[in-house]
Design a protein around this ligand. Structure first.
Ligand SMILES: [Fe+2]
Length: 233
């Protein structure tokens, strides 16, 4: 009995330690048998008519979000509208509408748009702030989606409002990449109501071509966020 109690006492602090957030989380390595099976399961579900939102919001697949092959499966099934977060995801709900316009200002249909962002805690991983790899956050962020614009050039996704990184003062942001047509903007959306978006930060955002969005809460308490992006040629 004494040994069991001592064991429990020793075990507790260790468990608490293991849940401390990491500043850097390692990227996924080789797929284990279980990971491989889960990615195949997602693929099969999509091929049998499951919606990409159903896959992204299903906690069963949480452990494969960081894996390149899972992301490729989601990319192959890009669609809109898309739900990026499970029902129990912490954070303020947002519906984000992005529009892709040609250099001449006309809507671009069927553009492939990649989005990724931090959680309401400012983390890209479920275990910490950033993923330790070249473009680690871009390649492995837990919250992400691939979307296709409709004939009016719009995509729409449901998610939570991201927070700024805990280890700095950069404003909160969505990363937005127009992957098709090739040469599309790789940019960010920042928020006018973000306390981190100081005058300097706003100037800096504009210089970098980021979109400064004006979030507005609708009657259901959901943030509506709109942004548009123009192709250069
Ligand atoms: Fe970022």
């Amino acid at each position: 009995m004494g040994a069991v109690l001592t064991g429990l006492l020793l075990w507790r602090p260790a468990a608490a330690q293991s849940t401390d957030p990491l500043k850097w989380v390692d990227p996924p390595g080789e797929e284990s048998e279980a990971i491989r099976a889960l990615i195949e399961q997602a693929k099969k579900a999509l091929n049998s008519g499951a919606s990409p939102s159903a896959i992204l919001t299903n906690r069963t697949y949480d452990s494969v979000h960081a894996y390149p092959r899972f992301r490729q499966v989601m990319r192959d099934n890009a669609s809109s509208p898309l739900n990026l977060v499970a029902e129990d995801e912490t954070g303020e709900r947002a519906v984000v509408r992005l529009r892709v316009l040609s250099a001449e200002g006309r809507p671009v249909a069927n553009a492939l748009v990649y989005v990724y962002h931090t959680s309401a805690k400012g983390w890209y991983s479920d275990r910490g702030y950033h993923i330790r790899a070249n473009s680690g956050d871009e390649r492995h962020a837990r919250l992400f989606g691939y979307l296709r614009t409709n004939p009016e050039g719009y995509v729409e996704f449901k998610t939570v409002r991201p927070a700024g990184y805990p280890d700095g003062n950069l404003p909160a942001h969505f990363h937005v990449e127009v992957l098709e047509p090739a040469g599309g903007p790789i940019t960010e959306v920042v928020f006018i109501d973000d306390p981190r978006l100081t005058t300097d930060a706003k100037e800096n955002s504009k210089r970098q071509g980021f979109f400064v969005a004006t979030p507005a809460k609708d009657s259901d308490g959901i943030w509506r966020i709109n942004a548009e992006f123009q192709l250069r040629s």
